[in-house]
Ligand binder design. Structure first.
Ligand code: TXA
Ligand code: MG
Length: 351
């Protein structure tokens, strides 16, 4: 398949491009597009065959449900059975934005989109290109992250091209995304709301709006037997080619530990890589040292995480070490992704 790649202005996307992309979606095709979190791979969420094509293009297991993206609140009524009052408040506070909520699905939503579940995940993105495309494409755009299943989510159109060029109809290049981690997912199908995936909108922000919000046990415990409730959270994810180890501790101890490990590997003729920060990059002696950004700016760390993991796949290293990023606001979201990329391999130095 020939994939058309078109560049648009993020704030004022060309109407003609959006119309053309919308036609592709309406006729059952697939279009990758930028959102404020990561790039999405869009298809018509109410068309079972579009959802099947999405699974195929990503190489994703078809029991892993898709998020339906909408552009206005009226659209929500049609795809869910009921809107709990707390979910209504969350929509008012955080939509359009990086928040996904799970509801009981209405009969309009095909099981192909929900991976066979009776519930449906819904998000209203704030990115101008995403919002315009959803409207042009019929109002209900099913979109997972636009990466090959298992790879880091794409934060630039170049990442989407790496994974999906030749497999989908169109890629809309709207530049780099703002947040860089996927949306927060909250389940509203039970009595108490539960966070299934941490993101930019954190527990504190949500609790300020609706009171207590729980965190899915499967997210915090590394025990394989405790299954996360979002089917996608159980799959190995984001993993770079070389094994990744996270090192947690004070700065000086972390640097000393990582340097010692890299030296051992060097003695065996092996190259190692380090994910450092602006504050520490000069202190490492590894073959490849990449800074994820400054510890003073946690948004930058979140935004660079997936691209730095992809960059290491281009490097000839046999092991990667990363500092730990338990930052104040987005620490939970960042560490959730980093731990998955490391297969939960973390060294905790005394503190
Ligand atoms: O920021 C985002 O959410 C991006 C952009 C494109 O919007 N999308 C995204 O989609 O991250 P995806 O498919 O990569 O991740 C969706 C997650 C998966 O872990 C999936 O299992 C979970 O949401 N999910 C979807 N529907 C669900 C449902 N009905 N119940 C529980 N989990 C669900
Ligand atoms: Mg994904």
């Amino acid at each position: 398949m020939n994939t058309t790649v078109v560049t648009v202005d993020k704030e004022h996307p060309d109407r003609k491009v959006i119309e053309r992309a919308g036609q592709i979606l309406k006729s059952g095709g697939l279009v990758a597009f930028p959102t404020e979190t990561v790039y999405g791979l869009g298809g018509d969420g109410l068309n079972p065959s579009s959802s099947q094509k999405i699974y195929q293009a990503k190489g994703r297991p078809s029991d892993n449900p898709l998020i339906i993206h909408i552009a206005d609140l009226e659209s929500l009524d049609k795809i869910v059975k009921k809107i709990p009052p707390k979910a209504q408040k969350m929509a008012e506070a955080f939509w359009p934005g990086p928040l996904t909520m799970i509801f009981e699905k209405s009969s309009l939503v095909p099981y192909e989109t929900t991976g066979g579940l009776e519930s449906v995940a819904v998000r209203m993105p704030s990115h101008p290109v995403a919002a315009a495309l959803i409207k042009a494409g019929g109002g209900y755009v099913a979109a997972p992250s636009a990466n090959t299943s298992g790879r880091p989510s794409p934060t630039q159109a170049a990442h989407v091209r790496e994974d999906l060029e030749g497999k989908i109809d169109m890629i809309i290049d709207g530049g780099s995304v703002g947040i860089g981690l996927e949306s927060t997912i909250v389940d509203f199908t039970e009595e108490e709301p539960v966070i299934l995936r941490p993101g930019y909108i954190n527990q504190e922000m949500m609790e300020a709006v609706i009171g207590q919000v729980k965190i899915d046990k499967g997210l915090l415990i590394t025990d394989e037997k405790v299954r996360p409730k979002a089917p996608g959270m159980k799959y190995r994810h984001y993993a770079p080619r070389a094994p990744l180890t996270i090192v947690q501790g004070k700065e000086a101890e972390t640097v000393a530990y990582i340097n010692a490990q890299c030296e051992k590997l060097a003695e065996q003729g092996k190259k190692a890589g380090v994910i450092a920060t602006d504050e520490t990059r000069e202190k490492y002696q590894a073959s490849v040292v990449k800074s994820i950004g400054s510890r003073q700016e946690e948004e930058g760390i979140a935004r660079h995480l997936f691209s730095i993991l992809r960059e290491f796949d281009e490097e000839d290293v046999e092991a990667i070490f990363s500092e730990s990023f338990d930052t104040p606001r987005m620490g939970q979201a960042i560490m959730n992704r980093l731990l998955k990329a490391a297969g939960h391999h973390i060294i905790e130095l005394s503190d």
